[in-house]
Design a protein around this ligand. Structure first.
Ligand code: ATP
Length: 236
């Protein structure tokens, strides 16, 4: 589904990603973990072509999308939920969901009500708050809205940047349960997380990033049991 091949990204003279190679298979939930500044956010930004690459290729559905514009990448079916849940605070929940489809010729207007119903089924809390302004929702609800808005595009792959950031543990659990639900429905997910134990516990496979390099990879279960991972990322 998605392959990142020998990706290199610099910020000025700082090397943020070095020869990063990652694959995400159809229907897989893959997580990328690592500490502050490891290069996780940079990876997603480079995949969506929001920052320039020094070298490397991004292959999505067997096509090289390395030079494609960010909007074309979204239209191809790659949705990116950035860190910090950038929803529209002055629009209602319903309007935020509709706005998710704007400018995207793939989604037909007549399909929007059905798509919104699908999101409400997944996130009953959003239905209850349908007429509420996005900005008045709790942090967890805003995160759910950001994910639901991305799902409005029926993406083939969903990339999530730290959905747990700044949320209470009980809300984080709810978000992770939802990701498991999406995975069971067959959605392909690339999840960036600092909360390594939770991310690895739901992931099929994971990669550990340190100083812009992949230093370890394996199944979620193998990484959870890996002494190096336990010591560095699981507080063991
Ligand atoms: P965090 O969880 O803190 O966001 P991260 O793993 O997502 O960490 P990145 O944000 O991708 O890490 O950052 C990777 C490296 O690139 C860090 O050293 C960071 O300081 C640097 N960096 C990130 N954005 C910029 C920028 N706009 N200009 C210069 N350096 C940057």
């Amino acid at each position: 589904m998605l392959k990142i091949e020998n990706l290199n990204v610099n910020y000025g003279s700082i090397s943020a990603l070095r020869n990063e190679t990652i694959t995400v298979g159809n229907g897989e939930l893959v997580t990328l973990i690592g500490g502050n500044g490891a290069g996780k956010t940079t990876t997603l930004m480079a995949i969506s072509n929001l920052i320039p690459k020094v070298s490397g290729k991004i292959i999505f559905k067997n096509k090289d999308i390395s030079q494609l514009s960010p909007d074309k990448i979204v239209k191809m079916g790659l949705a990116h939920v950035p860190e910090g849940r950038r929803i529209f605070p002055g629009l209602t929940v319903y309007e935020n969901l509709v706005a998710g489809t704007m400018g995207n010729s793939v989604i037909k207007n007549k399909d929007i009500p059905q798509l919104i119903e699908e999101q409400y089924e997944l996130f009953p809390r959003l239905k209850e708050r349908e007429k509420q302004m996005g900005g008045s929702l709790s942090g967890g609800e805003q995160q759910m809205l950001a994910i639901a808005r991305a799902l409005m595009l029926k993406p083939d792959i969903l990339m999530l940047d730290e959905p747990s950031l700044g949320l209470a543990p009980i809300i984080v659990e709810e978000i992770f349960e939802l990701l498991v639900k999406l995975k069971i429905k067959g959605k392909t997910i690339l999840l960036i997380e600092q909360n390594a134990s939770m991310a690895l516990s739901i992931a099929d496979r994971g990669y550990v990033l340190a100083l812009g390099e992949v230093i370890l990879e394996g199944t979620g279960r193998a990484l959870l049991a890996n002494p190096e991972v336990i010591k560095a990322y699981l507080g063991g």
